[in-house]
Design a binder for this molecule. Structure first.
Ligand code: TYD
Length: 143
């Protein structure tokens, strides 16, 4: 059985003795996608929950430069958990994965680079879990 479609990406990080760490990645080189949009979430309490949706088309590269965040991924058949707890760890999500995101530490910063622009009609979103299951059932090659 194929694995759930995500990759863990090592984000190159250069550590300086006293002045912190510098992390960087390049679109279409370190991650297999162009970046159209970046958004980030700050100021969340511990145990905050976000996500609760899937994307039909877009790929997302998710990283946590500060704190610790858990993602529960679901492709309709299988589940996986990934913890992002350091600036060098990135998570690349392919289309059509349901994700729930849980803040393990207060004020953890969630950053997301996305392969598509946002549109207000949310054509790319599935926000209903039953609808998600129907969608992956009808499009078996997508995950
Ligand atoms: P939403 O995706 O609902 O966040 P969550 O599911 O984690 O609660 O986004 C919250 C609001 O922000 C919603 O009104 C849409 C808006 N938004 C944008 O305008 N552009 C974006 O790139 C994103 C991610 C959200």
């Amino acid at each position: 059985m194929a694995n759930i479609k995500y990759d863990i990406v090592d984000i190159r990080t250069i550590k300086n003795e006293k002045s912190g760490m510098l992390s960087f990645f390049e679109a279409e080189r370190d991650i297999p996608m162009a970046i159209k949009r970046i958004y980030y979430i700050t100021g969340a309490d511990k145990d905050s929950i976000r996500g609760g949706h899937a994307h039909k088309e877009s790929m997302q590269f998710i990283f946590c430069p500060y704190g610790a965040i858990k993602l529960i991924l679901d492709d309709g058949k299988r589940k996986a958990e990934v913890v992002l707890d350091n600036p060098s760890k990135g998570l690349l999500l392919y289309p059509c994965l349901w994700r729930d995101i849980i803040w393990l530490e207060e004020k953890s910063v969630l950053c997301v680079a996305v392969s598509l622009y946002y549109n207000a009609e949310e054509n790319d979103y599935i926000r209903d879990y039953r609808e998600f299951l129907e969608y992956v059932f009808k499009n078996p090659n997508i995950t």
